[in-house]
Design a protein around this ligand. Sequence first.
Ligand SMILES: NC(=O)C1=CN([C@@H]2O[C@H](COP(=O)(O)OP(=O)(O)OC[C@H]3O[C@@H](n4cnc5c(N)ncnc54)[C@H](OP(=O)(O)O)[C@@H]3O)[C@@H](O)[C@H]2O)C=CC1
Ligand SMILES: O=C(O)C(=O)[C@@H](O)[C@H](O)C(=O)CO
Length: 293
Amino acid sequence: MSTHGTASPTTPSSPVDVPQLTLSDGHALPAIGLGTYRLRGAAGADAVARAIRTGYRLIDSAFSYENEGAVGAGVRDSDVDRSEITVTSKLPGRHHAYDQALAAIEESVYRMGIGPIDLMLVHWPNPLAGRYVEAWQALLEARERGLVRSIGVSNFLPEHLERIIAATGVAPVVDQIEIHPRFPQDEAVRWNADHGIRTEAWSPLGRASGILADPVLQAIAREHGRTVAQIVLRWHVQRGVVPIPKAASPDRQRENLAVFDFALSESDLARIAELARPDGRLKGQDPATYEEF
Ligand SMILES: NC(=O)C1=CN([C@@H]2O[C@H](COP(=O)(O)OP(=O)(O)OC[C@H]3O[C@@H](n4cnc5c(N)ncnc54)[C@H](OP(=O)(O)O)[C@@H]3O)[C@@H](O)[C@H]2O)C=CC1
Ligand SMILES: O=C(O)C(=O)[C@@H](O)[C@H](O)C(=O)CO
């Protein structure tokens, strides 16, 4: 149970049936997923397998997390049919050059060892290095070759999205960006929706920083008899955003999935909107200038 919660979380013991959304390429995307940053090795594989048994059907990974092997092992160990699970990986900035990108994607597929990757994202645009159009072209080729099924991006601003769409005529199905109550990114979410791009939220719980102790969120949690984490995840879901909270323990994994049997009111949403801050990014990683390799 969360130490930040004000009530016992709803923690059903049978697998949760997570609603599915439809991407612009026709494939399904679960409405919530599991983040895996820092879940590695045997403990990571165990956490992923347990999460899938609990009901998670979307697992987020990345070449840079050095855990694609553990994620693949968790998927295999879960005893849930592979076709029911959407596994994401991400191409790192150091491999944006076309040939290197294709080799890195092949490597991600080998590391996971579970067949084609369901959703491959360009991790960061790295606009100063300036090769993200090439990286996007490589993802298109990887899809053509059957290495990956759906393709998208992460941390792309409208200016980056406009450029890759103009260059290739193909829009990503997903843009995974930083979103939490202190940094809701209303304009980016709206821009993506207007262009048929589904927004996913990274660090949806604010990486368990001060957000979970926020008094406004704690009051709303008390009123609904839920934990603060559940209130925040429900807020994402009601905005049409797919959160991918990372949780290592089975209790928290269950707690975070139990957000489909209650709703926040307009007044709750208005109170949460007040928490937004112009400088609300967790680590100041503005994709207009930040470069990650
Ligand atoms: N595309 C990108 O550039 C980025 C993508 N990501 C992806 O997004 C995922 C999620 O973001 P992340 O940065 O991990 O942060 P999250 O916002 O998901 O927060 C994770 C932290 O919250 C804790 N936590 C989870 N559930 C609860 C709960 N119910 N109550 C209290 N604490 C809880 C976790 O603890 P514990 O693990 O101990 O349970 C962990 O410390 C990443 O794991 C990664 O997959 C993240 C950053 C950037
Ligand atoms: O975790 C990721 O996906 C990242 O892109 C990292 O930049 C992460 O945000 C981080 O905090 C690394 O220190």
